[in-house]
Design a protein around this ligand. Structure first.
Ligand code: NDP
Length: 329
């Protein structure tokens, strides 16, 4: 069975040489475990942080060991009650063809309800991140002007549309290409969008949100966060979700205008999706409903073949994906 291992810790952007495709024996499940054959796996920005040596909110990946992460697969052997051969489960043993999973950490999914990739995207961790970040962390209220960075990605595409569907006054998005900008406005119903390569982000945001910003959903950090500080209205709220503009730079860019938070009485709140599990049912009902009736649209960028997972991961970090970046096995 093939698996992808971390061969070296990337410096700056990862390269294909940082990964290694290895043939390993198919593992044997013990009591309470499942052997799963993976069908689709996720590549996510947070994995870049785990490739560094330092401890963060998740332990670093080990050198020479298979990577892991969200995946959906079919149970081949079950040694746990409640799961049978042929069941489809969501679990955390991605980056490999066959994985052993603790049944307590596996969640059954219904392939009849949504395509498998949706459980890793719009109806999974990224969708939940968008929902919790916007509604609970940033305390979005009807009538707010909302700015979402990384808006054409897995989290951003949901955050902007939840804001629209929950009655935002205006939803503004930023992304990295003209095609993504068109997609945001024409397909996802953003009121305005800009390509952040087109000038200073502060100027582009000020032009796209002339009445100022009440809520900022921050996927990017750096210059984007700085721009939001300048555009914020009094009592603005930011959900600090990620800072991908700094993930591959040894010398991070920080916001220079943090001082504005004082006079504007801003709330800037970091969060991790795992602390918002209590919203799961509401999220599944509301976002699942919007997906089913077509009012919330989503994209996926699918790369075929486990051997191409490093390429898909590196491409995602460079903005080659629209919507959720996935790898089918
Ligand atoms: P995406 O699908 O958005 O993919 C990453 C995107 O980041 C790329 O497509 C690219 O789009 C953009 N990007 C890359 N470099 C830069 C840059 N220098 N400046 C601006 N944009 C850049 O990933 P996700 O939706 O999965 O994740 C989005 C964010 O949410 C990340 O910061 C991630 O770490 C965070 N996150 C946080 C969670 C939490 O619990 N707090 C949970 C899940 C995700 P473009 O073409 O627009 O540049």
């Amino acid at each position: 069975a093939r698996e992808i291992r971390l061969a070296s810790r990337p410096v700056g952007y990862p390269t294909p040489e940082d990964f290694e495709l290895v043939e390993a024996p198919v593992p044997t499940p013990g009591d309470g475990q499942l052997l799963v054959r993976n069908l689709v796996m996720s590549v996510d920005p947070y994995m870049r942080g785990r490739m560094n040596a330092g401890e963060s909110y998740v332990p670093p990946f080990a050198l020479g060991a298979a990577l892991d992460g969200g995946a959906v697969g079919e149970v081949v052997v079950s040694r746990a009650p409640g799961f049978a051969e042929g069941d489809v489960v969501l679990h955390d043993a991605g980056w490999r063809e066959y994985g052993v999973v603790d049944a307590s950490a596996a969640v059954g999914v219904d392939p009849g309800v949504a395509p498998l990739g949706a459980y890793l995207g719009v109806l999974g961790m990224p969708g939940m991140t968008a929902y919790a970040g916007l509604l609970e962390v940033a305390e979005f209220r009807e009538g707010d002007v909302v700015f979402v960075s990384g808006a054409a990605g897995a989290v951003g595409q949901v955050a902007g549309q939840v804001a629209r569907l929950r009655g935002a006054k205006r939803v503004v998005g930023s992304a990295g290409s003209p095609a993504k900008v068109r997609h945001l406005v024409e397909e996802l119903g953003f009121d305005a969008a800009f390509d952040y390569h087109d000038g200073p982000v502060a100027d582009l945001l000020a032009a796209a949100a002339p009445e100022g910003v009440d809520v900022y959903f921050d996927n990017v950090g750096g210059e984007h966060l700085d721009a939001a500080l300048l555009s914020f209205n009094r009592h603005g709220r930011a959900a600090l979700c990620g800072s991908i503009s700094n993930y591959n730079t040894p010398d991070p860019v920080g916001p220079r205008h943090l001082g504005l938070a004082v006079g504007k009485r801003l709330v800037l709140r970091g969060f991790l999706v795992r602390d918002h599990e209590h919203l799961r049912e509401q999220f599944t009902r509301e976002v699942g409903g919007w997906v089913a009736d077509g009012s919330l649209r989503y994209r996926e960028t699918v790369t075929e073949g486990l051997e191409r997972a490093p390429e898909a991961f590196i491409g995602m970090l460079r903005g080659e994906n629209v919507g959720k970046a996935l790898v089918t096995l």
